[in-house]
Design a protein around this ligand. Structure first.
Ligand code: ADP
Length: 248
């Protein structure tokens, strides 16, 4: 599997799953534009793997940040792979969730996915009109919460449902430009999941972020050409289990 000559954007790539995804893409040969609100040393690690890397600091749910990420990819040689991963949690039971908690989580997850998907779609459409169908891959970050619900996470579950629908719509509407769009429902041990679940088991065999990263690199690769509009549970086990947090 090689991603040599491909340029990827990974949002929320500074830490956790996004960082593992960015490193897996670089290990497969891609150059990577990393977006994150927080500073990160991931760029140095990507460069050690022999790939080019650019860090764009900012909130992915703001248009200026999404545009800066897109421009950075094009400056590196094009945009081939978009991995939407950035997210935040504001867990609260539905009856006491504030407007702000709702809006922030929906905005970062859903609007963040939208802004970059729109930019990528426009770029791939223009490329296809000039040169015929090209190469585009979108890997979005959903969650089984979109289907099962998640007590204490109405904002997150609703945002993930929106992301899943956006993924399926992207898959349908962009295939003619050479684009494949899929979503993952990951469960790995990261700081975010540790904050939510503590030491409680998160499933029979929670994955390391590196496992999820390798699967994302596969979906981003030419080998995954036949896979479009799919939602993958990447948990390390065969069942979808929700160990839902209950936050009053
Ligand atoms: P996980 O480890 O499960 O991926 P994290 O909270 O560690 O969860 O990762 C989410 C990543 O997204 C972090 O690197 C975080 O800094 C980043 N992030 C959070 N909100 C935004 C945002 N609005 N824009 C860009 N990146 C963000």
């Amino acid at each position: 599997m090689t991603l040599a000559g491909k340029v990827a954007i990974v949002t929320g790539g500074g830490d956790g799953l996004g960082r593992a995804e960015a490193l897996a893409l670089a290990a497969a040969g891609a150059d990577v534009v990393v977006g994150d609100v927080n500073e990160s040393d991931v760029v140095a690690e990507i460069e050690e793997l022999g790939s080019k890397a650019v860090f764009v600091k900012g909130d992915v749910s703001e248009r200026d940040t999404a545009d800066a990420l897109t421009r950075a990819a094009i400056d590196l040689g094009g945009l081939h792979i978009l991995v939407n991963n950035a997210g935040v949690l504001r867990d609260r039971m539905l009856f006491s969730m504030s407007d702000e908690e709702w809006d922030l989580v929906v905005k970062v997850h859903l609007r963040g996915h939208f802004l970059l998907s729109r930019n990528a779609a426009a770029y791939w459409r223009t490329q296809a009109k000039a040169n015929g169908p090209g190469y585009g891959r979108i890997v979005n970050t959903s969650s089984e919460a979109f289907l099962l619900g998640s007590e204490g996470q109405p904002n997150y579950a609703a945002a993930k449902a929106g992301i899943t629908a956006l993924t399926l719509t992207s898959a349908r509407s962009l295939a003619k430009y050479g684009v494949r769009a899929n979503a993952i429902c990951p469960r790995a041990r990261t700081r975010m999941t540790a904050r939510v679940f503590g030491d409680a088991p998160t499933g029979p065999d929670p994955l390391a972020p590196e496992h999820v990263g390798r699967f994302v690199a596969f979906l981003a690769s030419p080998e995954a050409d036949a896979i479009n509009g799919q939602v993958f549970v990447v948990h390390g086990d065969t069942v979808m289990l929700m160990a839902a947090p209950t936050v009053e």
